[in-house]
Structures are given as C-alpha cells and as structure tokens.
Design a protein around this ligand. Structure first.
Ligand code: 6PG
Length: 476
C-alpha cells in the first residue's frame, strides 16, 4: 500500500549522503536508502536508529518501497557513477518519476541528462548543495535547478532541511531550468576556492614576512572575524591554525603538506569563463595556485638555486608596519579579494544565465548563500543590496567606492609581498583586475595592430565607425 511506502528514495550513503538522509528523516519524512555496497547500507541502518529510514538492497527494491510518482535523490560521485546509476534505475522508473542529483555534477552533464530523461518522460533535477558534512546534517544551502513544477512539489521537504539566511528564511531557491542549479553551485565553489586562497595568502604573509607562529596568526583571524570579514571560512581558519598536532609536538598546520588537492568544480568554472569570454582571473588563479602547489619536488630544487633567500634577507624587517597597521592591511586586502571574487563570480553567472535564458535571480543567490554554505559571510548582506540595483556589480557606485577606498592597502601589501618574493596569486590578481577595470586605455590597441599585421584580422578605430584593415608593409 502506498501510504506505507517511503516519501522519497535516496541513493549514495557516503558521509554527505548519510547526513542528508538523517536531516530529511529528522524533519518527519520517510526515506528508503540504497548504497551500491550493501554492507554500508546495513551498517548505516544499524547506527541511525530512525523509524523514518528504511534500507533497500537493490534498486528495484528501492523503487518498490517509495511512493509514486517516485522522487529519488542521488548523492553519488560526480561523473560516470551518476550515469551508471541512472541507467540501472531506468527500467524501474515510469513517466512522471523524478531524479534529483544532489551531488557536485558538472552542469553540462546535468543539461545532457535532463535532455535525455525528459525524452523518456522522467523529470531530472540538478540540485547544488553546499555546506559540507556538517551542513548536510544541520542545514545546507540549496540551489535547485530543473523543472519549476517539481520544485514546487518538493519545496516543503527541501525547505525543511535547509539552513537559514540572515532574516531567518530558508536558504533554498529555485535557480532556473536544467543546469542552472549546478552552474550556481559551480560558481559558489569557484568563489570558495578564491576565498580560501586569499586566506592562505594572508597566513603566508603573516608567517613568512612577519614571522608569527600559528597561534598568533589564529588570533589575527579570530580578530578579523569580529569585523566586516565575519564569515565561516575566516572563523574555521582560526580553529585550523590553533589545532595542536596529536602525533608530535607543535601545531598541526606546520605538519600538513603544502600540496592542495581539487575535485574539479573550481576548474570547471574557469573553463566556463574561458568559453564565454568572461574575465575570471581571480577565481582561476586560485585553481592554478593548487595546481602549482603540486610541484613540490621542483619547488624544493629551485628554492636552492634561486636568490630568494638573499632577497628576503635584504628586505627583512625594513619598514614593516606595526600590528595595528598590519591588521588594517590584511583586513582591507582580504575584503577587496573577497568582494572581487564575488563580483567576478556574479559576472560569470549573469553572462551564463543570459546565454542559457535561465532567468537566474542573482539577489536570491546572495540571500541563500548567507547560511549553510561554505562561503557564507557577512558581506553577503551588502552584496544582496547591490545585486538588487545593478546587474553589473562593479558598476554599483557605492560598492565601487568602498573597494576603491581599500585598494591602497592591497597595493601596499602586494608590494611588500613582491619585495619578499612571496606569491599572492589571488590578492595580486584582485589588484590586477581592479587596475585593468579602472583603465580606459589598455594596451590592447597594439594587440589589434599586431593581429591585423600578420593575419589581416581587422580592427576598429577610436575616431570613426567601421572595420578597418591596413597594409602594414607600406611604411608611409
Ligand atoms: C560545499 C563544498 C563541497 C566540496 C568542495 C571541495 O559547498 O559544501 O564546495 O561541495 O567540499 O567542492 O572541493 P575540492 O575538493 O575541489 O576542494
């Protein structure tokens, strides 16, 4: 009988999946769960102790144990695994059933799957979920993509499991059709990469130029978290820096290898920007900074060959700011980097939504990113206001003036870092982006001339309309 069946099916019981199921069940919805490895399902069921969670040991069992039309959430590794599960599920699905992919799938895969499944009468939804393990359990931020009707139908359930924004409303929104939800999550992750890189650059400066130990740097971050930089990532930075190693003496941070890994979403956002011609240097440098960190052995070899140490010796302690000045330099530089990372992310979103006709409400994203997700930050309150008035965020005068006022700090910090041979890819690229955007006469006229010289690619003029080509061999 249908009323004894579960409200929803759930596939994928890695930690995120387990926590999300517990979250759903705790809100009174019944969930039938399945994992490819039956032992994991068994173990999970033994530990959760909730009458709202029931196990299924095959996909047909799962489908038989949920109400029709079936609503099945997938939380499996992005990529081929998602396609495999869909293929295996298909014989058990009927017209009107729906799959909700809650993982970090590439939006292009989501578009393809939406198209393929729509042809079969199956609804497919790409749902961006942010918040890590803790967010999955206690309330993530949810970016829903797919059919609006499906959204309306499952809204109550998804709303009940999400976190809250600054006003206490659920951090859930309908982003747009097909890949829009996963696109928004991808941009979220690009911003996440940039914020984390900027934070690590501030740490780098405090460690290698100001020679502070991890607990002193943790205190700086704890202090920064009391001001306009208040955010989840700044807050946990203080925790990470303060953590003592339980295997040896000292701070754990000093024992962690400086090679940053990545699962893909950060690079997808850069690929999307390259494809649609949006400047995304800040977010992209954060991806490259991770790639670069992987060359550990080369870095060790080249450090011995370089004159970096001499440079450091020469610039050591020369006119370094005191702690109060330093606090301002770091705070301003992080704020500029954070704001510009969001601005670049939003430019990309605006471009993509126009190209795909997704009708994304950017202001809604600044609202649902206020709670639950990894990039939740106080500055989203301001950004929400700015997105309501200007589509191209950097043209918002109030926002621009605020950033402009903090640029001298970033410039000073960047110069200090350069003189110490300290690379700050996100902070320096924030400055580079700002300086490019305020320059009405970039040297790209010369690029146009060169292109026309060797390839007759033509150019436009500043003084009249039209397309021009010059015979450059003729040197008159
Ligand atoms: C989130 C996170 C989450 C994941 C990152 C990690 O919003 O909850 O973004 O989805 O932890 O994508 O990605 P990397 O392994 O690429 O750093």
């Amino acid at each position: 009988m249908d009323n004894q069946k579960a409200d929803i099916g759930f596939i994928g019981l890695a930690v995120m999946g387990q926590n999300l199921v517990q979250n759903i069940a705790s809100k009174g919805f019944s969930v039938a769960v399945y994992n490819r490895t039956a032992a994991i399902t068994r173990e999970y069921i033994e530990t959760v102790d909730s009458e709202n969670i029931s196990p299924a040991y095959s996909l047909s069992d799962l489908c038989n144990s949920i109400k029709s039309p079936k609503r099945i959430m997938l939380m499996v590794k992005a990529g081929e695994a998602v396609d495999e599960v869909i293929d295996q599920l298909l014989p058990n699905l009927h017209k009107g059933d729906a799959l909700l992919d809650m993982g970090n799938s590439n939006y292009k895969d989501t578009q393809r799957r939406t198209h393929q499944l729509t042809e079969k009468g199956i609804l497919y939804s790409g749902v961006g979920v942010s918040g890590g393990e803790e967010g999955a359990l206690n309330g993530p931020s949810i970016m829903f993509g797919g059919s609006k009707e499906l959204f309306t139908e499952v809204e109550a359930l998804i709303k009940s499991i999400s976190a809250m924004d600054f006003q206490g409303a659920a951090t859930l929104t309908y982003v747009g059709p097909d890949g829009a939800g996963h696109y928004a999550k991808m941009v979220h992750n690009g911003i996440e990469y940039a914020m984390m890189q900027a934070i690590s650059e501030a740490y780098f400066l405090l460690r290698d130029v100001f020679h502070k130990d991890p607990s002193e740097i943790a205190a700086v971050f704890a202090n920064l978290n009391e001001g306009p930089l208040n955010s989840y990532l700044i807050q946990i930075t203080a925790d990470v820096l303060n953590k003592r190693d339980d295997l040896t003496e000292g701070f754990l941070i000093d024992k962690i290898l400086d090679v940053a890994e990545q699962k893909g979403t950060g690079s997808w956002v850069s690929i999307s920007a390259l494809e649609n011609g949006t400047a995304l240097n800040i977010l992209t440098e954060a991806v490259f900074a991770r790639s670069l960190s992987a060359d550990k052995q080369t870095r060790i070899k080249l450090a011995e060959l370089s004159t970096k140490n001499e440079l450091e010796k020469n610039s050591r302690d020369k006119n370094l700011p005191d702690d109060k000045q330093l606090h301002k330099l770091v705070e301003d530089s992080l704020l500029v980097s954070f704001y510009l990372a969001f601005i670049q992310g939003f430019h990309l979103l605006a471009k993509a939504e126009a190209e795909n006709n997704w009708q994304i409400n950017l202001s809604e994203l600044t609202r649902i990113w206020q709670g639950g997700c990894i990039i939740r930050a106080e500055l989203l309150k301001d950004l929400k206001r700015y997105t309501e008035t200007k589509a191209v965020l950097i043209e918002n005068e109030e926002l621009f003036k605020m950033i402009n006022g903090k640029i001298p700090s970033l410039r000073e910090l960047a110069l200090m870092a350069t003189s110490h041979a300290l690379p700050l890819p996100v902070m320096q690229n924030s400055l580079l982006y700002f300086d490019s955007m305020i320059n009405p006469n970039l040297p790209t006229n010369l690029i146009q001339g060169l292109r026309d010289y060797f390839g007759a690619h033509t150019y436009k003029r500043t003084d009249r309309e039209g397309i021009f080509h010059t015979n450059w061999d003729d040197q008159n």
